[in-house]
Design a binder for this molecule. Structure first.
Ligand SMILES: Cc1cc2nc3c(=O)[nH]c(=O)nc-3n(C[C@H](O)[C@H](O)[C@H](O)COP(=O)(O)O)c2cc1C
Length: 190
């Protein structure tokens, strides 16, 4: 059984990334033979990168890195769900990515971003980074527009399934591409 990690890419109080990641997971899991699991960066609680050696060496000094490595190594592919922060993506996600190398490398990844003006710039930056990690990115990477009327108060959706329904087809397309990539060997020509 192949396992997909759905990374919750922000950690601030009142964040909406966890609700969006759960919504993405439910859509992806629906009718799929794969296992999807939320990976919350808040739970990983990684300090700012404090490993003496570069991740590409695979030499890890700290228990938090070893735990993070074992968790990520257990997945066959990923969906990163990240808000757009100042035209980029959250520092906590870059930090979590930089901790490891082989654990990401070669694996398929779909990108879902969101923001008050969508998340296209976040996705552009993440595309560059996942390419640097030699991950295999889906062609479809949904960017979701958040609008004020979707929230009863900051951080709380009124009806997430209804309000994000327009983006569900793009999430399904991304997931189908992710499954296709999983079936292709990592070194297959693109
Ligand atoms: C530090 C910060 C920077 C932001 N920059 C952008 C931005 O560049 N473009 C955008 O559309 N929304 C931006 N927003 C709005 C966020 O996308 C929106 O608040 C979203 O809920 C943040 O995700 P989170 O709740 O998971 O932290 C920003 C929000 C924060 C907190």
């Amino acid at each position: 059984m192949k396992r997909i990690g759905v990374i919750v890419g922000s950690t601030r109080p009142k964040r909406i990334s966890k609700a969006i990641a759960a919504w993405v997971l439910a859509i992806a899991q629906d009718g799929s033979a794969l296992t999807y699991e939320l990976v919350d960066l808040a739970d990983a609680a990684l300090p700012i990168l404090d490993e003496p050696e570069m991740a590409a060496t695979g030499i890890y000094a700290h228990d938090h890195t070893k735990r993070w490595s074992a968790l990520i190594a257990g997945f066959d592919g990923f969906v990163f769900v990240a808000p757009q922060y100042n035209w980029g993506y959250p520092a906590v996600l870059k930090n979590a990515l930089d901790y490891l190398y082989a654990e990401w490398s070669g694996k398929p990844v779909g990108l879902v971003s969101f923001g008050t003006r969508g998340g296209v710039r976040c996705i552009d930056q993440l595309k560059t980074v996942v390419t640097g990690l030699h991950m295999r990115n889906t062609a479809t990477n949904p960017a979701l527009n958040m609008r004020e009327h979707m929230f009863s108060e900051p951080g709380t959706f009124i009806d997430i399934a209804r309000d994000l329904e327009e983006f569900a087809p793009a999430v399904r397309a991304m997931n189908a591409e992710l499954i296709d990539l999983l079936d292709q060997p990592a070194d297959a020509p693109e």
